[in-house]
Every structure is written in structure tokens, then in C-alpha cells.
Design a protein around this ligand. Structure first.
Ligand code: BES
Ligand code: ZN
Ligand code: ZN
Length: 458
């Protein structure tokens, strides 16, 4: 159980009153002299989202917490409370059925403690309703897991360890897991995955998880699992390589999403395909100019060994598409260009169905889990033409790199399959309430909300 929550009470929980900013002066006007004096002495009456005030009771203990939020929906502002409030048990004062406030609390209590003992103790939030608590735990625990996987450095989270995490997940939920590793990939016609990963001491892999009844609609998830991206022979500079332990975040995201879906027992037939490799430098590394015969049969000329994500995804997507899923979703830290276009906070969304984009953008807004649609712009396909192969993995133009990467992936997904591709950062360069610095899940809560809406029995 997460130690930032309690579901039973030994003594009273301190109430937290959430006040939307525009209602704050009305609220203040209604308070007695004691409270008005206390607030003007301690806070100078400045009300901004996140402003948190402790009101004493007659014993000099905390009688009530007042937290200013931007508006009724601003659940993120409570994300700083677990570490800003004195340790103790709290509850939200308004009876709220909006779980998102509790989720923000949970997400704000995250710490990565694998290598450093924590010195901070989280305040605890009382969750009165057990059913609600189960759903909150699902989202918070799954997100913690995604963050942990991303934050763990490659020496402890290479292809072997990442695959092991998938094995443990499958065990927990009674899913079927199969793996191909090293030369087995070549034998089974996954040359793209093999070739990108062959220079690492930790052999490349493809992990497949299946769960649920075949009678349900098939949902297939694919994630980029580049456990470290040196760039390969087209080596990244130090500044570009520094964060590349996070290049398996797409894999972490789809495993985290799978966990959410299985925990929620969503009636889908789930298939998760995760290629896991290290894009390493060695004598046997793949080279610029090499040509790979991909699973789909298309030949790929390597224009740049640093555009490795799309190469491993090509084989995984081709395999995913071969079973004609009801919906295919891939997630990847695919391009620096998506970050240039949208910054670190917005996930880039690509899809071959307008109605999917509309729905996803709706849930992104609901969940304050931001994303922005970019186009699968057909005319850019010619930028991927190769003189020697069917396609090049690097565009001939430096512009529109997130789009050309998505257009490359599109070659491996037949038009008749509804497909969603996310190109995201998966990293908070600075901490914000509920979203500490470091590994982050992007678009995950929005996707989960969408998939529940689409597939749950109503
Ligand atoms: N993993 C990187 C993309 C990346 C970099 C994502 C920084 C998030 C933050 C990817 O494999 C890569 O290196 N892409 C190249 C492609 C280029 C060589 C065509 C890029 O974006 O520069
Ligand atoms: Zn790369
Ligand atoms: Zn990469």
C-alpha cells in the first residue's frame, strides 16, 4: 500500500479546504476576526494557486488546511501538499467524487529511492471510499512504476532487467509472456530489432505479453525500449546522451498502461509488444549505409544510426499489424524534433483517424495530461526515399523531424488499422506540483481514461 494514503482512521483527519482562486475573497470575508487576523498575519492575504495555509484550533494544533487552487478543476495544485504539510493524516473537506485530486496527491508523493534513502515523509490522505481507493491506487502505483523504470539507470535497467520487469508484471496478472532474444530474433524474422541491438553485451529482445479473453476487442500496445541510446556510430554528443537512460520510456509507458488495464479488468484482449535494445557502440555495431530487410519485407537503409527507435518499432509494428487489432497504440521517445516543436510537456499525438484524435484531445484536457496533434503529412514521405532501399531511416531534410519519423512508422501500419503514435519526452526537467523532476508518464492517464470510455461495460 502507498504510504501517502490511509483507508482507515485511528484518530481524526485534518480537513483540507480547497478554494478556487476567484472565490477566495468571498471565503475570507465570511471568516471570523480570529481567522482573518491569523491569515493576514501569516500570509499577507496573497492567494495564488498552491498557496497553503494552516489554521490553528484552540489547542494550537492544526484545525484546518486551506489550499488555494486555480479553478474547480485544478487538481494539480494539491500535488505539492504531501511534502509541504506537516506529517499527519488529512482529508479533503468537500465531499468530492473527483478522484483526480487524490491522484494528484499520490503522484506528488513520489520519490525515487532506489539509490538514496529518503529524508522526506509524506503527509497521508484519508480515502473514505474503498472502491474509489482501488482506482486511485491503480493509477498512482502504475505511474510510480513507469517513473521508477525510467529513472533507473541502464546498468540496472538494460534489456535483461526491463524484460524481467515485464515477466513480473505478467505473473502478477496471469498474463502470458513470451520472449525472443539475440539470434532467435534473426531466426524469427525480426532483423531490424536484432541489428540495432546487436552491439550491446546485453542482447536485443522482443517481449510479448497477452492477456484477456480472445472474445474481446484486440488492443495492441507497442513501446520503444531503447534502454540506452548512445546514438550508435553516429554518436551523440555528451549533452545529447546525458538523459538517454530514458529512451526506454515508451516501453515503460505501455507496460504501465497494460498494468492499469489489467488491474481495472478492462474487457479487452490485450497484446503488448516491446522491442528492448541498447543502441551501443562496438565493432559489430550497425553502420550508416547498412541495409536491413525488415519483417514487413521493406528494406531500410540506415541513414543515421541515431534514428534507431523507428527501426526497432518497424518490426514490432509490422508484427502488431499482422493480427489486425481493433486499435494499435505505440509510444516512444522518438525524436528530439518533437521536443523542439512542442517543448517537454506536450506529448506529440499522431493518428490515422480524426475521430481518435478528437477523443484523445478531449481526455487529455479532462485529465490535464497535455498532448498536441501533429499531422502524418504524406508529401514528406519522399524525404525518406533511399537510392538503394525501399526507405531510409533518416530524412533528407532536417526540418519536421517528428513528422518524418511518424511517416516512417506509418509505412509499417496498414491504413485499415486504427493507429495512434505518441512521441514524448517522458521527463520533467523541473519539478511541478504532482510532477517531480525526473522520469514522467506522459499521456498515460488520458489514454487510460479514453480506453476505459471506449471498452468498459457501461
Ligand atoms: N532517442 C532519440 C530522440 C530523443 C532525444 C527524444 C532527446 C527525446 C529527447 C532518438 O533516437 C534520436 O536520436 N533521434 C534523432 C533522429 C535523427 C538522427 C534523424 C533526433 O531526433 O535527433
Ligand atoms: Zn537515437
Ligand atoms: Zn532513441
Amino acid at each position: 500500500m502507498l504510504n501517502c494514503f490511509v483507508t482507515t482512521l485511528d484518530s481524526l483527519a485534518t480537513p483540507i479546504l480547497l478554494i478556487p482562486q476567484k472565490l477566495s475573497s468571498d471565503w475570507l470575508a465570511r471568516q471570523n476576526e480570529f481567522t482573518k487576523n491569523w491569515l493576514s498575519t501569516t500570509n499577507n492575504l496573497r492567494w495564488e494557486p498552491g498557496t497553503t495555509l494552516l489554521l490553528p484550533n484552540s489547542d494550537g494544533k492544526i484545525g484546518r488546511v486551506v489550499c488555494c487552487i486555480a479553478d474547480e478543476r485544478d487538481f494539480w495544485s494539491v500535488g505539492s501538499l504531501p511534502f509541504s504539510l506537516p506529517p499527519g493524516v488529512y482529508r479533503f473537506e468537500q465531499p468530492t467524487d473527483d478522484q483526480r485530486f487524490s491522484i494528484a496527491w499520490g503522484l506528488g508523493a513520489y520519490q525515487f529511492t532506489r539509490y538514496k534513502t529518503s529524508t522526506k515523509t509524506s503527509a497521508q490522505l484519508f480515502l473514505p471510499d474503498a472502491a474509489n481507493a482501488a482506482q486511485i491506487f491503480n493509477i498512482v502505483e502504475s505511474t510510480y512504476w513507469v517513473r521508477d523504470l525510467i529513472n533507473t539507470p541502464t546498468d540496472d535497467m538494460g534489456p535483461t532487467e526491463l524484460a524481467h520487469e515485464a515477466v513480473l508484471l505478467a505473473k502478477d496478472y496471469g498474463a502470458k509472456l513470451t520472449q525472443l532474444a539475440g539470434a532467435e530474433l534473426l531466426k524469427n524474422n525480426f532483423a531490424s530489432i536484432y541489428t540495432v541491438g546487436r552491439a550491446s553485451d546485453d542482447p536485443p529482445r522482443l517481449v510479448e505479453l497477452r492477456w484477456g479473453s480472445k472474445s474481446h476487442p484486440k488492443l495492441t500496445l507497442v513501446g520503444k525500449g531503447v534502454c540506452f541510446d548512445t546514438g550508435g556510430l553516429d554518436l551523440k554528443p555528451a549533452s545529447g546522451m546525458a538523459l538517454m537512460k530514458k529512451d526506454m520510456a515508451g516501453a515503460a509507458h505501455v507496460l504501465g498502461l497494460a498494468r492499469m488495464l489489467m488491474q481495472a479488468k478492462l474487457p479487452v484482449y490485450l497484446r503488448v509488444l516491446v522491442p528492448m535494445v541498447e543502441n551501443a557502440v562496438a565493432g559489430n555495431a550497425y553502420r550508416p549505409g547498412d541495409v536491413i530487410k525488415s519483417r514487413k519485407g521493406l528494406t531500410i537503409e540506415i541513414g543515421n544510426t541515431d534514428a534507431e527507435g523507428r527501426v526497432i518499432l518497424a518490426d514490432a509494428l509490422a508484427e502488431a499489424a499482422s493480427e489486425k487489432p481493433d486499435l494499435l497504440i505505440d509510444m516512444a521517445t522518438l525524436t528530439g524534433a518533437a521536443r523542439v516543436a512542442l517543448g517537454t510537456e506536450l506529448a506529440a499525438l499522431f493518428t490515422n483517424r480524426d475521430e481518435l484524435a478528437e477523443k484523445l484531445l478531449h481526455f487529455a484536457e479532462e485529465e490535464l495530461d497535455p498532448m498536441w496533434r501533429l499531422p502524418l503529412f504524406k508529401p514528406y514521405r519522399e524525404l525518406l526515399n533511399s537510392p538503394v532501399a525501399d526507405i531510409s531511416n533518416a530524412a533528407s531534410d532536417v526540418y519536421g523531424g517528428a513528422i518524418t519519423a511518424a511517416v516512417f512508422l506509418k509505412e509499417f501500419v496498414p491504413e485499415e488499422i486504427p493507429w495512434i503514435h505518441f512521441d514524448m519526452m517522458a521527463w520533467n526537467s523541473k519539478g511541478r506540483p504532482g510532477r517531480p523532476a525526473g522520469g514522467e508518464a506522459n499521456a498515460l492517464r488520458a489514454l487510460f481514461a479514453y480506453l476505459k470510455d471506449r471498452y468498459a461495460r457501461h
